[in-house]
Ligand binder design. Sequence first.
Ligand SMILES: [Zn+2]
Length: 214
Amino acid sequence: MLLEKERKALVRYGRQMVESGLVKGTGGNLSAFDRKKGLFAITPSGIGYDQLRPEDCVVMDLEGNVVEGERKPSSEKDMHRLLYIEREDIDAVVHTHSTYCTVLGTLREGLPASSYLIAFAGPDVRCAPYASYGTEALARNAVSAMEGRSAVILANHGLTAGGRTLDEAYSLAEIIEECAKVYIIAKQTGTPVILPEEEMNDMIRRFQGEYGQK
Ligand SMILES: [Zn+2]
């Protein structure tokens, strides 16, 4: 079985995604890329994470062909695929419909630097313009709004986070959801103070040094 290790990890993180409340039911999707082989494993369309097995995951190439797997790949396969083509720093992608990121996306707002933790994604997280789910237009919007960042909010939809590993991408999705939650509560309570660019650049440098990211 191709990309067996990656498929097993998708099953593990998929379950975790439901348990931690980042998605409900069959929502969201994940993938992991083997850059040497030029292939990625992605979760299938419409199978609950509690029933998902490694053999249900689909292996695809960067042209969008299914290389191995019986199932239909996730409808957002192009978003994952384009990120692997465009971003050399991303080898894993986690896409969620987590509540607070989706609230921001519904307001068509990004997440400003309301917490130093946002530096794990970049200076801020932008909101990509709306396009229907599963379209190449959505994939392109996501990739361009994610430029210089490792996460992007999708208008009226959810969040996409990338990383060198699934663990990194998954942790980032959790961190950004938590920051979005605090930011929205802060907006309801008063006026959030946003950290200056200089401070965020310093945090980005520190995180890169301490966590070995690019
Ligand atoms: Zn989605």
